[in-house]
Design a binder for this molecule. Sequence first.
Ligand code: 2P0
Length: 326
Amino acid sequence: MKASAKAPANIAFIKYWGKADETLRLPLNDSLSMNLTGAHTITTVEFDPALIEDSVDIIGGEFSEHEKARVIKGLTRIRERAGSELRARVVTKNTFPKGAGSAASASGFAALTMAGFAALGTVLSEKEQTIFARLGSGSACRSIPDGFAVWEKGTDSQSSYAYSLHPADYWDIRDILVIVDKRMKKVSTTDGMERVTTSPKLAARLNAVPRRMAVIREALEKKDFALFGSVTEEDCLDMHAVMQSQVPPLRYWSPVTQRIMAHVVRLRAEGIPVYFTIDAGPNVHIICVGNDEPRVAESVMKLPGIEEIIYNKPARGAHIVSTHLF
Ligand code: 2P0
């Protein structure tokens, strides 16, 4: 009745921003991501007949009432699918700062889904697991499959799921995650995304994403890093243009963020193939090939305003682990 799972955070190269259905968390567009070795969540779930209510705790932090309620909703979906009425104890632990735009909800709901079903002894296909993870947090579906994952937007709950395009060892690229601010974001991604239709740039973005998805698939297929990096940067800047033109505008970049972006462009002008991407926060993911990681890291760590650097390779997806948190 007890199970634990470990799930990676993921970084989207073609990003998810905006929902076609808020309740089902159906996205407006397809997205593509890579799981990260340096940032993950471990979650233990135990269903226990002696419990009269669910409890949810995070080691080394605190959940808000809203976050607890969201996890309990996830447990309820798991119970309904598994045919159980038992209450659960959930304990979770992150290896990276929660709410700093590093996809804590993605790894969190991926780990909860996998541990929750395992704790009830219910075996689901990977596809179905991605659908349950998606209902908790959209990007969580991409943290279930291995390596490089595609999330098809679909047209209903069953057709909106994620799958692995390439395994983790397919391509040795790196994500140097530069943390510039560990504090919680002021606007949650869920709330920010709700206002996406107020951006006059949304239509152009939705028009452009299918081509970008085709380009990034081709870049991955050919292991063409320049093509891969340029379409990644293009989509990042486009998503932030949408965010910044929403009403009210969402401005996630700090002066340090912009300094790092400029540094990446400068390194590229000097001949190093390196690109950036940024999620809903000020932290910068610097993407390069394995051989270039030492020199890129060495030059980046000299920049002022950096709180922490997390080094990532492509990671496997969510999986069951034998060590429990309680
Ligand atoms: C992504 N983000 O594709 C994009 C890039 C943020 C910027 O997916 O409301 O936390 O839980 O479905 O999954 C963040 O969105 O939003 C996100 P919900 P989620 O990674």
